[in-house]
Structure formats: C-alpha cells, structure tokens
Design a binder for this molecule. Sequence first.
Ligand code: UDP
Length: 316
Amino acid sequence: MSDKPEKFIDENGLRLDGRQVDEMRPMKMELGVISRADGSCYLEWGKNKVMAAVYGPRELHPRRMQKADSVLIRYRYNMAAFSVEDRIRPGPNRRSIEISKVSREAFEPVVLTHLYPGAVIDVFAEVLQADAGTRTAAINAASMALADAGIPMKGLVAACAVGKVDGQLVLDLNKAEDNFGDADFPMTFTQDGEVSLVQMDGNFTQEEFKQAVEMCKEGCQKILGMQQEALRNKFAGELSTDEVDVELIEEDVVEAESDDVDEGAAEPEEVDEDVEESQDDVEDHSMIKADEPEFEEDEPEDEPESEEDEPEEETA
Ligand code: UDP
C-alpha cells in the first residue's frame, strides 16, 4: 500500500486525481454482457471494474427455504482474488458477507417481491478490479442487471459514498481517500428518494453529516440518470452500442431523473418458464447469506418431493 499523502486537496481545491470535491469518477456501463444470465451489467467506475449477473426469478430449492408470500433475494458480493494489489484469498470472508447482506437489503424497498412467492432471485456482483467504492459500484451494476433481467421494480437503486479528507467532504472516494481519509459514508437512494443503505466508517460532525447526505443524494441522482439513459439506449435501441459514457449524458441527468421511472421495470410473464428451466442450476449458483443458512446438499427426509419433481404449484 502506498503512503499517506501529505495533502489530499491542493491550493486550487483539486483532489489527487484532479477532481473537484463534489465530482464523481467517470462511470461507464454496458448491459446484457452475459448471455447465460437473465440480466447482466458490466460497470466501470474510475478504475473499479465490476460485473453483475442476475438469475431468476426461479423456483427455490430446497423448498423449505421458500417464502410463502414473496421471492427470496440472494446477493453475493465477491472480490476476485486478482482484483487488488495483494491477492485476496478466494471465498467469502466477514467483509464480503457483510457487504452482501447490506446490498441485498438495499434492493428490498424496490423489488416487487410479492409477485413471485416461492421463487428466488440470485444477484452476483463480481469485483474484477478494485479501487475504492466497490460495494457502491457493485450495487449500481446490480441495479442495472436486475432491470436488464426484467425484474419488476418500483425503480432503480443508485449508490455512492462521501468521505472526509483535509477537513473537507469529498464525493466518491478514490483509493488514497478511502485508505487514509477520516470518513467513508456509502449510501443508496431509490428513485423515490428513499434511503435503503447507510454505512459509516469514521466521524462527521452533525453539520457534516447533513451535508454528506445531500452530497450522496446528488451523486445518486446523477447515477440514476445515467442508469436510466443506459436502459433507454438498450431497450429503445436508440444507439448501436449499449455503452454509455458519463460525460456524454451528465447534462441530461436533471431531465432524466424526473421521468421514465418505469424504464427499469418489466413485465413478469416469463417467470413460469424461468422457474421450470432453472431448477437444475440452483446449486451452481449457491449464495452466501449472513442471516440465513447456506444450502444443504440433500433434501431433508421429511421433504415429500424430490428436486426432480415438477413443482406442484405455480410460483407466480
Ligand atoms: N481492499 C483491498 N483488499 C481487501 C479489501 C479492500 O485491497 O481485502 C481495497 C479495495 O481497493 C477496496 C478498498 O480497499 O476498493 C476499500 O475497501 P472498503 O472495505 O472500504 O470497501 P469499498 O470502498 O471497496 O466498498
């Protein structure tokens, strides 16, 4: 790890990477990059590179884990072993389990979970290259992958973080600010302006806290605008490419955030098919959840149906 810089903000008010204090790193996203997934998104945010893939809704096995009145959302955040300077030991750790849990919860207010009782939606967020802000990058990518999969949602979710360096609040921390700064405050906002995730590392005064929330909100509104634009480009076929460059669309953000709230939502008709097709893959994509037991290989003895049986009831 490099040493702590003497100053994070120069006499012109610019950060180490040349950004203003309220400026985000460039973001680029591409939808539908994994053909075997129901929805996917590759997202670059500064030097972060994240891939999100969504599978489902599909029937959940073992059946005892099914929720009678809603779909189960599983979210796995994972950093590839090669994603950081020092190789990360593969497999879940406390950090990734915590991030997976809070990220899943960030989507709970928007996904129309009651439409798919007994089913599961698996969200995989794989960090390929990490450079601070990977949990927020992963949530932004996952939000797009869910929309790409046609999961019915009230709206999208956007995430960004505010930190504090040299006594000043800064939006979207870079690596040095994240490692050596005085605070790291990631948040998510839904399109309705609801906060669905807040984490905090470090200290803010009461005034700084209020200001940080406003900065995060503005950052998330910009991201929501970019996400909507990327979805419009894909589904309206306006451009020949799915790539959306932040700089190109930032001017449109204000307009975009006020309309097209439903761009990400889609019709639920295909669920029955998906559920039936996907029964066999469930174990290939088993997820880590902090508050629920992991899958067991075998069905319990009191479970009447085998996994090969057709589901008796429709799940949607
Ligand atoms: N990081 C690392 N090894 C780890 C975890 C994190 O090198 O095991 C780096 C990585 O670049 C990450 C940054 O530290 O983006 C900040 O990590 P943090 O836990 O704050 O999460 P993030 O900001 O990525 O959401």
